[in-house]
Design a protein around this ligand. Structure first.
Ligand code: TPP
Ligand code: MG
Length: 377
């Protein structure tokens, strides 16, 4: 994680001169190049800095909510570990992209939302679906391709969807959901409500035209959309440094006059605070924001990734900054939880995941008569 990720170094620039009504642009300090090399000393010292920063943030959040955030992160991690386990024995087939290492992004952003706010994401969608309220059973059964899945077992890993939960997918075309998310935000504005739309995508999607067309339109039409770039440094096996001419994605928002912020995605509370600022801007002023949240996926791109493009050393160095470990330590030090409470959190999450796997195992395959329902091709 480059030094620029340190939250306390983020500066706020007032941009009163713009004619687009956006008078607040949060700008990162430097455009430090992303490299494939990670220094363990830097990782450890950043871990300490994060912990220090979390101490202050913890005081601003209700203890009950902090414990729930921890539970959701642990649930996401254990759920994904179970997916890897059952994938290897053939219970899940096809594409399967895991979220391990990125939990602070989904939990930090989405747990600041209201139920009627909308979410759309790419194919790395299991944890987002659960945080939006879809049950682990319905997500696991979908992964198994069973009738009890959230879309009846016909979508699979990449296509979780539930209108009831305002969760609009689950999209396999890189960057495709950015245009759809922009349209969802437009629809809320058209209907006259104050719902906010969160639109997630990876850093590789930023090179797609859809990203640029959407940001332009969102600022021009003042749409309540929060664009969340989960920058995990890689698009499949290609590092960001090999694919993007500048390393700062947050900076790209400036081309469209959109407020943007650069956040350390290993720190769930920093993510939450940045999202709260963006939500306020969207709900109260109907203005978009781009959040670049730097994180790291601990697993391969998908279950079939041989992972030859990065060293185990690099992965280990990011694991030193594991967002769950960091949050757990901070909560222990702040006496919000005890070691025993953490054990209970883990046990509760394990039970929920086992229950989900049992439900998926016992759920029947979709009926043959369903073969052509909800299929648009
Ligand atoms: C339009 C399009 N081009 C290429 C692909 C193949 N593809 C699937 S995932 C992926 C990488 C995307 O990386 P990123 O957006 O950073 O998301 P991450 O997987 O890191 O979460 C690519 C190129 C695709 N699905 N869609
Ligand atoms: Mg990526």
């Amino acid at each position: 994680m480059p030094k620029t990720a340190a939250r306390q170094k983020t500066t706020t620039k007032t941009n009163k001169g713009t004619s687009n009504g956006n008078d607040k642009t949060v700008k990162q300090k430097s455009d430090e190049p992303i490299t494939d090399k990670v220094n363990p000393k830097v990782s450890q010292s950043e871990h300490r800095q994060r912990k220090q920063a979390q101490k202050d943030s913890i005081k601003r959040v209700e203890p009950e909510l902090l414990r729930e955030m921890l539970y959701q992160m642990v649930l996401g991690r254990i759920f994904e570990q179970k997916c890897a386990e059952v994938y290897r024995i053939g219970k899940i087939g096809g594409f399967c992209h895991l979220y391990i290492g990125q939990e602070a992004v989904a939990i930090g952003t989405m747990m600041a939302l209201r139920d009627d706010d909308l979410v759309i994401t790419a194919y790395r969608d299991h944890v987002q679906a659960m945080v939006k309220g879809i049950s682990p059973e319905a997500v696991m059964a979908e992964l198994y391709g069973r009738a009890g899945g959230v879309v009846g077992g016909k979508g699979g890993s990449m296509h979780m969807f539930s209108q009831e939960h305002n969760f609009y997918g689950g999209h396999g075309i890189v960057g495709g959901q950015i245009g759809v998310g922009t349209g969802m935000a437009y629809a809320q504005k058209y209907k006259g409500n104050d719902n906010v739309t969160l639109c997630f995508f990876g850093e590789a999607a930023v090179n797609q035209g859809m990203f640029h067309e959407s940001l332009n339109m969102a600022q021009l039409w003042k749409l309540p959309c929060i664009y969340i770039c989960e920058n995990n440094k890689y698009g499949m096996g290609t590092s960001q440094a090999r694919a993007m001419s500048i390393s700062s994605i947050a900076q790209k928002a400036e081309g469209y006059g959109i407020a943007s912020e650069f956040v350390d995605g290993m720190d769930v509370l920093a993510v939450r605070e940045a999202t709260e600022r963006a939500i306020k801007r969207a709900r109260e002023e109907s203005l978009p924001t781009l959040l670049e949240i730097r994180c790291y996926r601990f697993m391969g791109h998908s279950m079939s990734d041989p992972g030859k493009y990065r060293s185990t050393d690099e992965i280990k160095q990011y694991q030193l900054r594991d967002p769950i470990f960091l949050f757990k330590e901070s909560l222990l030090e702040a006496k919000i939880i005890t070691a025993k409470d953490y054990e209970e959190v883990e046990n509760r999450a394990k039970e929920a995941v086992e229950k989900a796997a049992k439900f998926a195992d016992e759920s029947p395959l979709p009926d043959e008569s369903e073969l052509f329902t909800d299929v648009y091709a």
